[in-house]
Each structure stands twice: as C-alpha cells, then as structure tokens.
Design a protein around this ligand. Sequence first.
Ligand code: IPD
Ligand code: CA
Ligand code: CA
Length: 266
Amino acid sequence: MKTINLQELTNRVTSLVREVGGFILGEYGKVGEAQISEKDHNMLVSYVDEEAEDRLIAQLGELVPNPSFLAEESESIDLKTDYRWIIDPLDGTTNFLHQIPCFAISVALEYKDQIILGVVYEITRDEMFFAWDGGGAYLNGRPIQVRQIKDLGESLIATGFPYHDYSRTEAYCQVLKQLMRQTRGIRRMGSAATDLAYVAAGRFDAFFEYSLSPWDVAAGSLIAREAGAIVCDFSGKNDYLFGEEIIAVNPAIKKVFLEIVQEGFG
Ligand code: IPD
Ligand code: CA
Ligand code: CA
C-alpha cells in the first residue's frame, strides 16, 4: 500500500474544511428558533451542523483507504478500521446560533489509535490551524508555538463552564477561584477546539475543561502538542480523548497548573 504523505493530506483536508466553513458562514444569522433542536439539556443542533457533517464525511471518505468515522451528529459506526476520521462539524454551536462569532470545524485523523492529523478552522476569523504528527503546528501556513512565559502570574487561561454535566461544579469553581487570583485572567470562548488551537498559538497558556467528547478535542490536542504544549487528563495521564477531561498547558506552568486542578478536583 502507498504510504500516506501527511503534509499533502493535511492540505487536502484544509481545502475541504474551508469550503464547508463557507457553507456554515453562509447560514450565519439565518437559523430561526424553530429550526433549533435540543438533543439533550443545553445541547443544541440545527440543520447547519448536520449538513456540514454530511459534506465532510462524503469527501473525507475519499482521502484515505477504508476509513471509519466518529462524528458528533451521526450514528456512531461500530466498525472501526485503521483510519478513523473524528469530526465536529461545528464546534461552538451555541455561539453560532446566538450570533457570537467564535465557532470552528474540527477534523482529526486517527491511525491505529494515534491522532496523526488535526485541523481546526475558526471560521469568522478565517484562521486555519493545523498539524500533522511530527510536522509541527501551523496557523494559516505559518509555524506556531506555545508562548514564552516564566510563571503562572503571566498566563492567560481558557476554560469551558459546565452547562450540561453539573456533577463537578463545586470542584470546578474551586479551581476557577485559584486561577482568578493567580493568573492574568480566564476566558470562556465557547469552542473547545478553538481554545486548544489558541494554546498552540500562544494566545492562551492553558486550557482545561471536563465533560468533553473526543470530537471536541481530537484535532486541537494534536495541534497543541505539536506546538509544544503538554496535553493530559486531570491526573496528568493520557486519557484525554475519551476520558472526558483535558488540560493543555504550556510546559513552563505545567506543574503548578496541574497542582491547582488536582487540589480542586481531589
Ligand atoms: C461545545 C464547545 C464548548 C464546550 C462544550 C462543547 P459544541 O461543543 O466546544 O466550548 O464548552 O463542552 O460541547 O456542542 O458546540 O460542538
Ligand atoms: Ca464540540
Ligand atoms: Ca458540534
């Protein structure tokens, strides 16, 4: 079998993602309340998420041999093959529906359980973040890296507030209290994929959130790692793709950041 050139494949994925981003942007501001469904408490979806996902799946299916898919809006396909696309067609749906201009497409490719390619496209700012395994991380074609900082006092932190699973809200608020005091501030963008991409670009120095799904973090975690961030779960281990909790952090503050998260979450 011909070996896959990951850089070339990433180029093809970014073109496709840009095209689907154009479709999403064309629908921005046009979705009425009657066209919004609630999959579960506060989990919103519209025809835009579904149509974007269908377009991505149709075309990504052509790019690697015999792929399977793990995509937010589709029935999960049990059969898993060596190559698997992990897709969030619209990360930041609530922002999109409320006309807050921060939402992204997130596409990752897994090969035998390793993420080997990641693309996060922040649509309204036309910012294409991408990385492939061992190839570094890029924003609109320029290499990106985590920021040079010395300590937590210089850091800007991103997170996602609990909006669906409130089981760990107390612990979460403990962590927020500490971070409010010890950092330059905390931001809640409303798109986990964008948060991770921003850590990679050195805009944020750390991101943490619980109750996330693989499609929220698959692409962004590779981009962050390739830019020099450490990505782990709240125990400092590697179970962040399916473990529903993630930290992406600048190595300069990893120790202290992890201590604060672990103190809060116990
Ligand atoms: C959500 C966004 C949000 C995060 C949620 C995700 P969606 O994804 O990434 O920032 O806080 O946990 O579910 O539902 O907009 O694709
Ligand atoms: Ca998402
Ligand atoms: Ca989504």
